[in-house]
Design a protein around this ligand. Structure first.
Ligand SMILES: [Zn+2]
Length: 316
């Protein structure tokens, strides 16, 4: 998918519920959209990348015409929709719910609204969609970026460290980190913050030459009184308390540490699109990532998801 094509799809995307319902009334409309989104409208063979394919099974399966290949590629294979037996129409609507509500929705809400037989199915769907709420290779933050750590967790739980990075008046990233020492902070800085970006912190010892790797540093140690008057990192305090309230409110504090990162990605995704003109267009961003990300099975989700996953699996 080219950048231009992605932007064109975004511009033409419905902007509210009414337009969304009109545009995607049935399976066929969703199928055609996904073909646009995944292949610029022209299905390709997943094995040899050939563009000559036969459409089978109502255009949800494509067979390569090359006699030496003959591979069959399904519309959803290799994407986060991999293996789904539910209609795309239902998927589109669940994604809509998760994207447009300011405080998101819980898996229990989705089970109730869509009449899913089990909570576990709704939970699995929600996690697939959360996975599509962060790009595979996100752009780095630019401009003056604030950096701080928040402690998240409830009574009786260990507190989890979350590093919050936010552009002044712009985008935010939250990363569940194994500690607040320089080595951990360096991983977050390298992966999320542009090299020429100025970083504003509270002067905590972990923010040093190693972790900031040459980035300009505005460190200000403030007393409690000074903070009350004019907090240097007010934005960060605000983000941290919002994410805590959201975890306790929408999700009743029931998030396991190993899944915390997914919730942080979801929160950031919506926050970063809070000024989107035409709220339904946020769905377009999610669908882009659905076709770009690898499949996520329930087993992978339960058995192979680890705490602080950006420290173990990403390419840094
Ligand atoms: Zn082929």
């Amino acid at each position: 998918m080219t950048q231009d094509h992605t932007e064109a799809l975004w511009r033409d995307f419905p902007s509210d519920w009414q337009e969304f319902e009109t545009r995607f009334p049935d399976e066929e409309a969703c199928r055609l959209y996904l073909i646009e989104c995944r292949w610029n409208g022209k299905p390709r063979c997943a094995k040899c990348d050939g563009t000559k394919v036969w459409a089978l099974r109502d255009g949800t399966l494509f067979e390569c015409v090359k006699p030496s290949c003959r591979h069959q590629t399904s519309l959803t294979s290799g994407t986060l929709f991999h293996g789904t037996r539910k209609p795309l129409k239902v998927w589109f609507r669940v994604i809509f719910e998760l994207c447009v509500h300011r405080h998101g929705v819980s898996s229990a809400d989705i089970q109730r609204i869509f009449g899913f037989g089990s909570y576990s199915t709704a939970w699995h769907w929600m996690h697939k969609i959360k996975r599509a709420m962060r790009r595979k290779h996100p752009d780095k933050l630019r401009g003056c970026t604030h950096l701080d750590e928040a402690l998240i967790g409830g009574v009786g739980h260990e507190k989890e460290i979350v590093v919050v990075a936010a552009e002044e008046g712009g985008r935010v990233r939250m990363i569940h980190a194994p500690g607040n020492h320089a080595e951990a902070l360096k991983v977050v800085v390298d992966s999320e913050i542009g090299e020429k970006t100025k970083v504003k912190t509270d002067g905590h010892a972990g923010y040093n030459k190693t972790s900031l790797a040459g980035r300009k540093h505005d460190a200000k140690v403030q007393t409690k009184q000074e903070k009350q008057k004019n907090d240097h990192l007010q934005l960060m305090q605000w983000m941290a308390s919002n994410v805590k309230r959201w975890l306790l409110g929408t999700h009743h504090g029931g998030v396991q540490p190993k899944h915390l990162q997914s919730y942080l990605d979801e929160f950031s995704f919506r926050h970063n699109r809070r000024k989107t003109k035409g709220v339904a267009r946020i769905v377009a961003r999610c669908l882009e990532n659905i076709v770009a990300q690898e499949p996520l099975t329930k087993r992978q989700l339960i058995d192979c998801t680890h705490e602080c996953r950006y420290f173990q699996y990403e390419s840094y």
